[in-house]
Write a protein that binds this ligand. Structure first.
Ligand code: TYD
Ligand code: MG
Length: 455
């Protein structure tokens, strides 16, 4: 008889090996290997003939599951209507960004209509109540639990059978059957697997908070993304009040949607008109400022891009960015130098997107180049100008997605002049006639600079 091969798995990183070792070769943790239970193989399992079913989309229950609205309009828009029963959502963000605040506000809003259980392993009940008082949440009807173990949490949850279970946070909760510290990859994975099983079995919507750090040192959301149905990130600059909620993955709706909130003394507030807020303090008289219509999910948002170019005394001049990728800045500077004759080799360059928003889409290229050229030549750009377009390395301006949406947002906020890729401009003629706006189609960066007389 063939002997079953013994398999060992590291409790810390999950690495598998056929030989026992005192130290895991993958993560260097001592005494972390344990035997994997191989008794539950497919040969030993009895089959239930009723479990395997033919798909029937005409069944009365098929496709009738409706999302439960959170009651917070911006969050509902991001979640494509609300939280689906039985779905698991991971809310990732840096510590202190406002995840617990957001979750408590959602819990309070939903507890008016459905049964909600809010589990915190990070904060005691007193602390949660203090926060609730600060957010003017009284008599919400939600159930609070301060616990650390999944067995304990799920025992209470099985008893209460809530429609929504919130767990804050996945790194501080632990699975007692796993011999590893809270927050380790094995632990967060085990905790999540338990919560996913519970959600599917009980048809409960589950939201878990997970901490991420800028350098990704904390175990968490990255290794869990494939286990959960929805991944949302909560981001923002801690020195600014703006917070951006973005759906990174959504099995039951569109991903890429964003909602913008402002963190106030009384918790998170929805911002129905983020473009207006973003441009509120704009100073139009200074060179190096350009407004860009960026696309956040399905809608457009106007943000102000600023650049400062100053003479440098350093051997390696400074390049500092906020909200824009440093690698993108390097490319745009190279294009400007080679295709438009602006040399930044003796200058420190600072670029920032006002409001603490991060933009990674290529439509920012052309405005970034215009902004840098404006700062370089100390020539201000028309305050009523909006521009977007991707730049190729040859200095050519390329099309961007959903230009109509971007323009509509600009027109709504009173912008009159639009510099856009020439290949897109022809389709926009009717728009310009009706709205008394000027649309300038440009083929190259040089054409754009000429149109603005920044040379
Ligand atoms: P928190 O939700 O605890 O963050 P996380 O759970 O992501 O770690 O938010 C903490 C920060 O938010 C803290 O610096 C205080 C601030 N805050 C407000 O500004 N207003 C409020 O009403 C609340 C509750 C918190
Ligand atoms: Mg928290």
């Amino acid at each position: 008889m063939a002997q079953n091969k013994v398999l060992y798995r590291c409790n810390n990183c999950g690495h598998e090996t056929s030989r026992w070792q005192g130290k895991c070769l993958e993560c260097d943790r001592w005494d972390a290997l344990s035997v994997v239970d191989e008794t539950k193989t497919s040969q030993n399992l009895p089959l239930d003939p009723f479990r395997l079913r033919r798909m029937d989309t005409t069944h009365p229950d098929a496709g009738t599951i409706q999302p439960i609205p959170t009651g917070i309009a911006e969050a509902d828009r991001v979640f494509s209507g609300g939280l689906l029963p039985g779905s698991v959502t991971l809310l990732g963000g840096e510590p202190g960004i406002g995840k617990s605040t957001f979750l408590l506000q959602i819990a309070a809003s939903m507890a008016k209509r459905i049964s909600v259980m809010y589990v915190s392993a990070e904060e005691g009940l007193n602390q949660i109540s203090l926060r609730a008082a600060r957010l003017f949440i009284h008599d919400s009807g939600m159930n609070l639990l301060h616990a650390f173990g999944t067995a304990e949490i799920l025992a209470y949850a099985k008893d209460l059978k809530p429609d929504l279970l919130i767990v804050d946070s996945v790194q501080t909760v632990c699975d007692e059957t796993v011999n590893s510290a809270s927050g380790s990859v094995t632990q967060v994975r085990a905790v999540t697997e338990n919560l996913v099983k519970f959600a599917k079995k009980m048809n409960t919507a589950v939201i878990m908070a997970g901490h991420v750090t800028k350098d990704g040192t904390l175990a968490g959301p990255k290794v869990l993304e494939h286990l959960v149905d929805t991944v949302v990130s909560f981001e923002g600059d801690r020195h600014h009040s703006l917070r951006v909620l973005t759906v990174l993955k959504h099995r039951f709706g569109t991903s890429g949607e964003t909602a913008i909130f402002s963190m106030s003394a009384e918790g998170l507030r929805e911002i129905p008109d983020p473009s207006g807020l973003m441009l509120a303090d704009r100073c139009q008289e200074v060179p190096g400022s350009v407004v860009v219509p960026v696309l956040e999910g399905q809608r457009s948002l106007l943000v102000e891009l600023q650049a400062l170019v100053v003479k440098s005394n350093l051997a390696n001049p400074k390049r500092q960015v906020q909200g824009v990728a440093g690698s993108r800045l390097a490319i745009i500077l190279a294009i400007l130098e080679q295709r438009a004759g602006c040399s930044f080799s003796a200058s420190d360059v600072f670029v920032s997107i006002v409001g603490g928003i991060k933009v990674s889409e290529p439509a920012l290229d052309l405005p970034l180049a215009l902004c840098l050229a404006s700062a370089f030549h100390d020539t201000k750009v028309d305050g009523a100008l909006l521009s977007c377009g991707e730049l190729g390395l040859g200095g050519e301006v390329r099309q961007v997605a959903h230009l109509d949406k971007r323009l509509a947002e600009g027109i709504r906020l009173g912008f009159k002049k639009f510099i856009v890729p020439a290949s897109d401009a022809d389709n926009l003629d009717e728009k310009s006639e009706g709205n008394k706006i000027e649309i300038i189609g440009v083929r190259t960066l040089r054409e754009a600079l000429k149109a603005l007389t920044i040379e």
